[in-house]
Design a protein around this ligand. Structure first.
Ligand code: ADE
Length: 334
């Protein structure tokens, strides 16, 4: 799809079509809203924590960790004064530990400046590691600000339903306009949550479940996925039991773990895992870190673990120093 065509589609969206989509999605959300712990009367800080966790981890995995994390660090002050090691330990199971370090950085920068989280998008965006999306989510879910924002799920839903083409990369800048145009009056919390839920459960990236989608009627992408579904009862019934799209977006990588096994991400996780098991004040020699993190002791592991551990030290995820005999020692940062 060309940008001009996409722009035209956004510009030409009729109020009636917008209102219809709003109503359908909000009714669906009323019946299907996911019960997520960060939706239970969250403080702005709760929202911030949940959004950092949700950046790269599925909601089911995040839910129990979120509850435990905010129990352990209930306020920005508590998070700011904890050791980074404790924060990384509490992040266990979520992966991408750099997020834990950056989240603590936000808390420390708030506390150091004598600030609290506020509803101003520009101020929120000035916090370290907080982009447009997280700022929007904190303002909306934490303060009730009537603002649109787009994450991957919201972007996908809006593009499919209103632009038709599931991946027109050239039109990224239109997503915000689309989100703005569709935001219903005074319903930003419900609307943004509904788009997220729809993207996570029905308008999924690889296997959209169009037959049970509340926006299937107005959706311009549905014919791409279900070209033969003429809306008959039997077609819908069949599709309900078999949610495979007719035209998957791309040949997708199997989640066999093959891309994860041996990856840098896996090794980074194992380095943190090895250091998590240390007691306070204990440091691990590079050679022991290599053994614990790489497991098999393959040639080249030592260099790889050292290189990664040093990189993670520069990122603040790992603490490193030279021991008295010149050996390199590692721990989680205090
Ligand atoms: N994914 C990212 N943010 C989310 C939220 N606040 N609720 C549910 N899923 C999400």
């Amino acid at each position: 799809m060309h940008v001009q065509e996409a722009e035209q589609r956004v510009g030409c969206l009729s109020s009636e079509r917008v209102r219809e989509a709003q109503e359908q999605l909000l009714v669906w959300f009323g019946n299907h809203a996911a019960d997520l712990p960060w939706r239970h009367n969250p403080s702005p800080y709760d929202v911030l924590v949940s959004e950092f966790m949700l950046q790269q981890t599925q909601r089911d995995r995040v839910a129990p960790r979120f509850i435990e994390f905010v129990r352990q660090f209930p306020t920005p002050e508590a998070l700011a004064k904890a050791s980074t090691a404790a924060v990384i330990r509490a992040w266990s199971g979520l992966g991408y530990n750099g997020r834990a370090v950056r989240l603590q950085l936000v808390a420390r920068s708030l506390v150091a400046g004598g600030h609290t989280l506020c509803s101003d998008l520009t101020v929120l965006r000035s916090l370290p590691g907080v982009g447009a999306y997280t700022a929007g989510a904190v303002a909306c879910f934490g303060f009730g600000v009537q603002t649109p924002f787009v994450d991957t799920n919201i972007r996908r839903v809006l593009r499919r339903v209103f632009l038709g083409d599931p991946h027109p990369e050239a039109i990224k800048m239109l997503d915000e306009r689309l989100a703005e145009r569709l935001l219903p009056d005074c319903k930003a919390v419900e609307w943004n949550s509904a788009l997220m839920d729809l993207g996570a459960t029905i308008c999924r990236s690889k296997a959209p479940r169009c037959p049970v989608c509340p926006l299937a009627g107005p959706c311009l992408a549905k014919p791409l996925y279900y070209p033969t579904d003429a809306g008959s009862v039997s077609a819908v019934a069949e599709a309900r039991t078999q949610y495979m799209p007719v035209r998957p977006r791309t040949a997708t990588k199997l989640k066999s773990g093959s891309s994860y096994a041996g990856s840098t991400r896996q090794l980074r996780g194992r380095i943190v895992e090895a250091l998590r098991s240390l007691v306070d004040g204990e440091w691990l020699h590079l050679a022991d870190l290599v053994l614990r993190a790489s497991g098999m002791g393959l040639p080249g592991d030592s260099d790889r673990v050292e290189e990664l551990a040093e990189r993670m030290a520069r990122e603040g995820i790992v603490a490193a120093h030279d021991g008295e005999g010149g050996e390199r020692l590692y721990a989680l940062p205090e």
